[in-house]
Design a protein around this ligand. Sequence first.
Ligand code: TTP
Length: 406
Amino acid sequence: MQTVVLAAGKGTRMRPLTDRRPKPMVPVANRPLVAHTVDAAVEAGASWIFLVVGYEAEPIREYFGETYAGVPITYVRQTERLGTADAVRAASASLDDAPFVVLNGDALFDQDGLDELFDGGPAIASVRVDDPTQYGVLDVDDDTVTGIVEKPADPPSNLINAGAYHFPAAAREWLDVPKSERGEHELTDVVEHTIDRVDVRPVPLSRWLDVGRPWELLEANEWKIAELADRNGSSTDNTSAESFDGTVSDDATIRGPVVVESGATVREGVAIEGPALIRSGATVGPNAYIRGTTLVGQDASVGHAVEVKNSVLMAGAAVNHLSYVGDSILGRDVNFGAGSVVANLRHDDDPVELTVKGERVSTGRRKFGVVLGDDAKTGIDTNLNAGVTLSTGATTKPGESVTRDR
Ligand code: TTP
């Protein structure tokens, strides 16, 4: 099945983490976000991948190359970000006269659901949610989709559009849709044409995550680190060092599923409660505590008397002395000065808010810490309040209490 993967977005809601990388390349467990989508597509039967790229395309090309997992990759450049239908239109000239699948490159799908989408005829993947009013909602009659409504006040069902479609060959002719109210050429309008002409199945997904905002990156890592560690992790309370690919001190305590990649080092006195992934080149300890679902990225370091809980440390991030990092995302090469501490809970117990495109938005999480852009550096003894974002390269002075974004 020829498969179009949309990866030309700017990821503006994920800033500052997308200042220097396209959103499809943000790390989720041991791979970039979009690699999870492409891997699932290959597993489901993708025979050729058409990656639509735009913003910061080079790292995507470098990662996948000309063939990936035995499947040829064609890169299609979307020159302007004019919408998802425009992105597929850019790819359509390269497609054969045959059915094709389209996947949003910034979503995680469960494998069984994706398998079902690829099999059989035209289909649209959907997820059941409690409150569908902020999504595209499917109108379904028996086993056929009869309509799709954007953000309805009175939703026809609680099945929402999950951004994965199986189109008939003829849909290549239906991609020229006019701009919507929000000024984009939308793929959902192409779906409307399709359901007017052929039967389209709703394919229910049991698990799905749209990764648009920083806390969703945390959720994506929670999902995929747990999956990876359950599959490949070593779990032992007497820390037999041989069960890890990396170097683990006999004097470290590992509980729950933990992956220590080859080239990573876990030193004496460290306690890790999985699921956790310690990537190659990373060092942990001596005397550090890692818990929750945590990613310690390539060449990152977690040093003496540091606690890291449920967080993502991107490549090269360093938290070396006497610090606490909870429910947070630290960008590439972030440096935490000694004694820097993150707050991840409000005294009123309300969900922590974060700035997304200039507006404070609820993360929906009682526990959420901070987001630090690449190369941000805190001075010693910095306190970072819950829901603070530091932009790429930002610094704090020694002893500062940071309660506002900078
Ligand atoms: P969005 O999540 O709507 O856009 P985005 O990823 O750029 O994020 P943000 O809104 O934060 O800026 O896009 C959904 C998917 O479609 C995503 O995988 C990116 C892709 N896309 C394109 O490839 N081309 C486009 O013109 C648009 C609008 C999206």
